[in-house]
Design a protein around this ligand. Sequence first.
Ligand code: SAM
Length: 335
Amino acid sequence: MDSVRDQLGRPLADLRVSVTDRCNFRCRYCMPREHFDHAHRYLARADILSFEEIVRVVRVLLPLGLRKVRLTGGEPLLRSELPKLVAMLRCFPELELALTSNGSLLAKHAQALRSAGLDRLTISLDSIAPEVFARMTDSELPVSDVLDGIEAARKAGFGPLKINAVVRRGVNDHTLLELARHFKASGDIVRFIEYMDVGLTNGWQMDQVVSGKDIAALIDSAMPLEPATANYAGEVAKRYRYRDGGGEIGVITSVTQPFCGACARLRLSADGHIFGCLFARAGTDLRSLLRTTQDDAELSAAVQRFWQARGDRYSELRALGTKHLPRLEMSYLGG
Ligand code: SAM
């Protein structure tokens, strides 16, 4: 079967699966504590897709062009027995399997994830300065837990790791060089992410964004860089190599230089809704169908209809004024 295309001719190649909407961090830019407190209603267990249901969605998507699955959340390592899901997905050998985690529980799970067949690991870490880390994550979990998790991941055979750092002006931008230097030494790839206006709870303002261009200039001023070619068409990070041959960094410019034209990503929330964009205002319910039909062809037809109707390009439209538009939280639809 030919790969399915959307309204802008984009294929469906990537799936992000949110396995839980819960997280043990309260990053101010993602799940600010005043909105995600004891009164917040998380998804009920019965509403969350089982591993079997997730595997079924993946099986249906493969003939439509799916190449890669990334498990995320919320914090995916809060979902019990996650390595079991990885092992179940590993039954599709052609699939690249990745996970994005805050790393705080990785020391415990890295080896099991690797043994289950996980290919790649991305760890979110905005600063290695303990007080800045604490301020960004609004958590009492120390940065050393994440660094231990990273060490365990290396020992388990993952590498090079991708380290994702969201940059907020006046909050962690004075610690970016320290972060880059730390991971330059270990050969992992730090990817600096422009702070995005995802969801409606973080109070995003454009003046809190440090542009990818300024981030690259800052790193270059201390450790000279040169642009590197993309690893593949549609790679979201702009790559830069250290001129001394000591590795690379990436910069993800979703705000100042959006890349919607290359977005081949479908998102599946923990409660089985699909989304064509991180900035979607609503999803399409796939769970009801999953639970009422045994016919994979019916599921496939539903996904194809959804993808063929997709025209989302929120980040490209941002400059025209999208601030007022309703949109869902990243912790729900999967980061
Ligand atoms: N808990 C996992 C983690 O921390 O990697 C996975 C989910 S988290 C929502 C995925 C990624 O989204 C993290 O790297 C996080 O920093 C990033 N993120 C969340 N809110 C963001 C925002 N407003 N702008 C840019 N990146 C954001």
